[in-house]
Design a protein. Structure first.
Length: 255
């Protein structure tokens, strides 16, 4: 993969104004880069995220659209295309908790969770193919609940499993174009999404477990791994699911 010039670097992050998405945005932000941050509804968080990206020397573009619909995702790509003729990186981190038991949850809630957390990857990638070029990377954020049955995670786990399937197929289909696809699975990290899944209030103590080495996974550690996976150094990692969780998924403590 070719290395892009500093002022020719364009990144789209779906779900990029909070949590893991914002951490990745800040890690990828650099002078001259353009960061397109998609979000669904929290204007205050979007404004704060834009300020943080700007402080890193990058140019932020916040795009308020619901990528859980074909029309909304296309509108996001249209907004990006109006500002640049290419995308070097597309990252999907968007998700909604939709906590509950699959046999009892309203089907409308499950369908929304599947659309935003999984199908939206394809909703974005299809129109983005006109902007993705040889050397571009697409990264999908997933988690251990795809393999582990965790309480109240069913809808979100199904969404992420769907996205991971898309990644594997897209990685092979788009390889001749030089566009790479991978999944980054993350362990539990203290975000609003995890707190919602676990019913924790803002003032509660840490909700993420301690890893086998006695530490907790951080947003910055996830962002470092994401930055590697979308870099030229990872060009021969294709269609893979890479786990960053400090070893939690290899122990019973992961539940």
């Amino acid at each position: 993969m070719a290395t892009r010039a500093e002022g020719d670097y364009a990144v789209l992050i779906a779900g990029g104004t909070k949590g893991i998405g914002l951490a990745i945005a800040l890690r990828l932000a650099r002078p001259g880069a353009r960061l397109f941050l998609n979000y669904r509804g929290d204007d205050r968080a979007a404004a704060t995220a834009a300020e943080q990206v700007r402080a890193r020397g990058a140019t932020p573009h916040v795009i308020r659209e619901d990528i859980g619909t074909v029309r909304g995702a296309a509108a996001v790509i249209d907004a990006v295309g109006a500002a640049t003729d290419h995308l070097d990186v597309l990252v999907h981190t968007a998700a909604i908790p939709s906590a509950g038991a699959l046999a009892e949850q309203p089907l409308e809630e499950i369908a929304e969770c599947l659309a935003i957390g999984g199908t939206a990857l394809l909703y974005l990638v299809q129109p983005a193919m006109r902007l993705l070029r040889a050397g571009s990377s697409v990264l999908f954020l997933s988690g251990g609940s795809v393999d582990l049955v965790l309480p109240h995670h069913g809808a979100l786990a199904a969404a992420k499993a769907l996205g991971e399937c898309f990644v594997r197929y897209l990685a092979i289909e788009c390889a001749p174009r030089g566009v790479n696809f991978n999944t980054l699975r993350t362990g539990p990290v203290d975000t609003g999404l995890l707190r919602a899944l676990r019913g924790a209030a803002a003032g509660d103590g840490p909700v993420a477990p301690v890893t086998p080495d006695g530490r907790r996974l951080t947003l910055e550690q996830i962002a470092e791994t994401a930055a590697f996976l979308v870099s030229p150094a990872a060009s021969m990692i294709r269609g893979q699911s890479v786990m960053v969780d400090g070893g939690l998924s290899t122990t019973v403590r992961a539940t």
